[in-house]
Design a binder for this molecule. Structure first.
Ligand SMILES: Nc1ncnc2c1ncn2[C@@H]1O[C@H](COP(=O)(O)OP(=O)(O)OP(=O)(O)O)[C@@H](O)[C@H]1O
Length: 265
């Protein structure tokens, strides 16, 4: 059974000018421990998909089976309970959105454990997770505003991991970082993947998810137009929109590759 199984998902937004059909009959799965990319240009519905999986947007139709439960039909109370268990976590592009500016890093990291309750060794877990993202324990007393952008994103990743989630949704997790920090955060996410956590990478840029994902789903105007192994999508894109996306990433273009190592795993 898949960890996440979405079928026939429709999302509408009400706007002054009428209803906007943001997701159209989206069906999509993520297996336990799988790493999947969702790519598409701005406005294609990527964040809407993530927000719907997190219970922040209510779908107008469809099913979202998370670990076997249909969360699309959950009441607010059931959602609170699900969040408390920390089965699904998320990391946004801007770490300041994931972190409370008035909480120290230590308190921010411990908060998901306190919300869940019954975790006696929270302090120890916080120090362990900080070491795992390779940050110094001296940062624990600082506020998010007193960290660099790269450090903040690593804290946001650590906070998402502290409840040992089975699925982490990552919305452009490295696009705001410089290249050194980008490499560090991607390495950390690869470790996570190798440890068996399922990851859903959202990005407008196929190039930034190609090296880390097993599969890629391409979202175009609210519809999934392609969903296959990353390597196949890059080597033989089926949809014209996917071909356009690939042409926009010079390092992925066939004619630019000189060695087999250039082909993303
Ligand atoms: N709360 C909202 N109310 C009304 N319309 C919305 C709302 N959120 C998103 N939309 C619209 O829904 C469509 C999909 O938006 P969404 O944010 O999911 O796209 P996206 O692919 O994540 O874009 P980006 O890459 O720019 O973040 C867009 O047309 C957007 O304007």
């Amino acid at each position: 059974m898949s960890l996440l199984e979405i079928s026939g998902l429709d999302v509408h937004y009400r706007r002054r000018t009428g209803r906007l059909h943001a997701l159209r009959s989206v069906s999509f799965t993520i297996g336990a421990g799988e790493t999947v990319g969702v790519i598409g240009e701005t406005g294609s519905g990527k964040s809407t998909l993530a927000r719907t999986i997190l219970g922040l947007v209510r779908p107008s139709a469809g099913r979202i089976l998370l670990d076997g439960s249909d969360v699309a039909a959950f009441s607010p109370r059931q959602w609170r309970e699900l969040r408390r268990r920390g089965v699904v976590q998320y990391v946004f592009q801007d770490p300041l959105r994931s972190l409370d500016p008035d909480l120290t890093i230590g308190d921010s990291l411990a908060e998901p454990l306190h919300i869940r309750g019954g975790v006696p060794d929270a302090g120890e877990r916080v120090r362990t997770i900080l070491a795992r993202v390779r940050l110094d324990a001296e940062l624990l007393d600082r506020l998010p505003g007193e960290l660099s952008g790269g450090q903040r994103q690593r804290v946001a990743v650590a906070r998402a991991l502290i409840t040992e989630p089975r699925l982490v949704l990552l919305d452009e997790p490295v696009s705001a970082l410089d290249s050194a920090n980008r490499v560090r955060v991607l390495e950390l996410l690869k470790e996570l993947r190798d440890a068996g956590t399922a990851l859903m990478f959202i990005s407008h840029d196929l190039g930034s998810v190609a090296g880390i994902t097993d599969r890629v789903a391409v979202l175009y105007q609210g519809e999934i137009v392609e969903d296959r192994a990353t390597r196949d999508v890059i080597n033989s894109p089926e949809h014209p929109y996917t071909r356009k996306l690939i042409r926009s990433v010079p390092t992925l273009r066939r004619e630019d590759r000189r060695t087999p190592e250039g082909i993303p795993a």
